[in-house]
Design a protein around this ligand. Structure first.
Ligand code: NI
Length: 186
């Protein structure tokens, strides 16, 4: 396994639509997923999409231990690998919460997204996964899947006055609000 280099905002791999994976059970996909988990464990985040490690394929991983989740998700989010994921909103409710991104290091901003979603995907084991989720789980899946379509979270922001460096937020009561922990970037 290898720790992979993270692409940062401006690299073209983050601007492209990633290609579908022809065979989710292929050995090279298993290797990619293993390297992505090792990279995520090393850098400390909630999720990672393949384009963030310079691979233009529709693969995302995420995991949030129970200790880091809010009350609504206090059981945590199990380690999950999604291949060729599809998302649809459930209902009209929009939630706004803080997000950070390993490809936009040091920054955080408030991002509106559908509060509840249904997602479907293949797994590296060759099975199908379908879940209906809300809270941070819904947010991290939408954030990761946006990476597959060349979208970074600042492109989803409607109030750019909330974009800030995490290192400055303690000086600013407007920004220093209960939020996802800094390590929950994705
Ligand atoms: Ni990200």
């Amino acid at each position: 396994m290898s720790i992979l280099k993270i692409a940062r905002m401006g690299h073209p791999v983050l601007e492209q639509r990633a290609a579908p994976v022809a065979d989710p059970t292929a050995p090279e996909i298993a290797r990619l997923v293993a390297d992505m988990y090792q990279t995520l464990d090393d850098i400390g985040g909630a999720g990672l999409a393949a384009p963030q490690v310079h691979v233009g394929l529709r693969v995302v991983i995420f995991e949030v231990p129970a200790v880091r989740t809010s009350e609504e998700n206090e059981e945590g989010i199990p380690r999950t690998t999604l291949i060729n994921p599809e998302i649809e909103p459930v209902g009209d409710e929009i939630a706004v919460d803080w997000e950070g991104c390993l490809s936009v290091p040091g920054l955080r901003g408030a991002v509106p997204r559908p509060a509840r979603i249904r997602y479907r995907a293949s797994t590296p084991e060759g099975t199908r996964i379908e879940r209906e989720v809300d809270g941070f789980h819904a947010r991290v899946v939408q954030h990761e899947c946006d990476h597959l379509d060349g979208i970074l979270y600042p492109m989803r922001m409607t109030d750019l006055s909330t974009l800030h460096f995490v290192s400055e937020m303690r000086h600013n009561p407007r920004l220093n609000q209960p939020a996802i922990p800094v390590e929950d970037v994705a």
